[in-house]
Design a protein around this ligand. Structure first.
Ligand SMILES: [Zn+2]
Length: 266
């Protein structure tokens, strides 16, 4: 994508210049951020068991957005002002709702912040491919991300990533065993799996430009009133991506709350 020569790169502003009030998170916002993934997972099962399939499918779509791209991302960066133990438990549980390892995600994602777009930045791989290539990448992305983390993790972190992977496998096996009684859990697994295929396209290919020379050029520009009103009114993930990308390599926005969550859910 050609870069706009009128945009001059300057180092990202410090948090103190942006305003530290952006870090404030009310208890209500914190509870809602943590509750949304469980609410949408619960909505799927309730709607599916009562044969409201449109609502069931929509719930999984929303669940996909509020896990990897929103709540889980805040937990990866410890931005919600939770105790370390509580943060880790929610990261495991919420990513397990989407049949993934939360701690593998954290390892790969923090590496992505520090090393974009290096060869071993697994999250950046799709940014170097075509849109179709990014979609293809998505079909195996979460498994490869888990394997990537497992190879690099050591000690208790490795055990946790391994346990989360096995827990996800166990949930899939349970859904298969229940097939004779009900297809609802297996359809959940299939929807979550297929929905996750777009992750590299949405979170890597679209917002990044791996050929950029600095943080500004490595971030695609999303401007314009129609674009802004369309996306900011309909999707939390796009706000997350746009703001988050502007902070690539500047590190997490912690402690005490997340700009991402505030903008996404406020
Ligand atoms: Zn991040």
């Amino acid at each position: 994508m050609p870069q706009n020569p009128n945009i001059k790169f300057e180092p990202p502003p410090k948090l103190s210049e942006l305003g530290r009030d952006l870090l404030e998170l009310t208890p209500g916002q914190r509870v809602l951020t943590l509750a949304l993934p469980f609410i949408f997972a619960g909505m799927y099962f309730y709607a599916a068991f009562t044969s409201h399939w449109l609502i069931a499918v929509a719930s999984v779509v929303y669940l996909s957005f509020v896990t990897y791209g929103s709540t889980s991302h805040d937990l990866v960066h410890c931005n919600l002002g939770l105790s370390k133990r509580t943060n880790e438990i929610f990261l495991t549980l919420i990513e397990l709702l989407a049949l993934r390892s939360g701690h593998a995600y954290r390892m790969a994602h923090l590496h992505h912040h520090a090393h974009f777009p290096d060869e071993d930045d697994i999250e950046a791989a799709a940014a170097k491919r075509s849109a179709w290539g990014a979609l293809l990448e998505g079909t195996t992305f979460h498994f490869r991300l888990w394997r990537w983390a497992l190879k690099r993790a050591q000690g208790p972190a490795r055990k946790l990533i391994l346990a989360e992977g096995w827990a996800a496998c166990l949930l899939i096996i349970i859904s298969l065993l229940l097939c004779r009684t009900t297809l609802v859990p297996l359809i959940y697994v299939l929807l979550i799996t297929v929905g996750a295929w777009i992750t590299p396209l949405v979170t890597s290919y679209v917002p990044h430009d791996a050929s950029g020379k600095n943080e500004l050029e490595q971030t695609r520009v999303f401007r314009g009133r129609s674009f802004q009103s369309l996306l900011s009114n309909t999707s939390t993930i796009w706000n997350t991506i746009c703001i988050h990308q502007s902070r690539t390599k500047t590190g997490p926005v912690s402690p005490g709350g997340s700009i991402l969550t505030l903008i996404g859910l406020a």
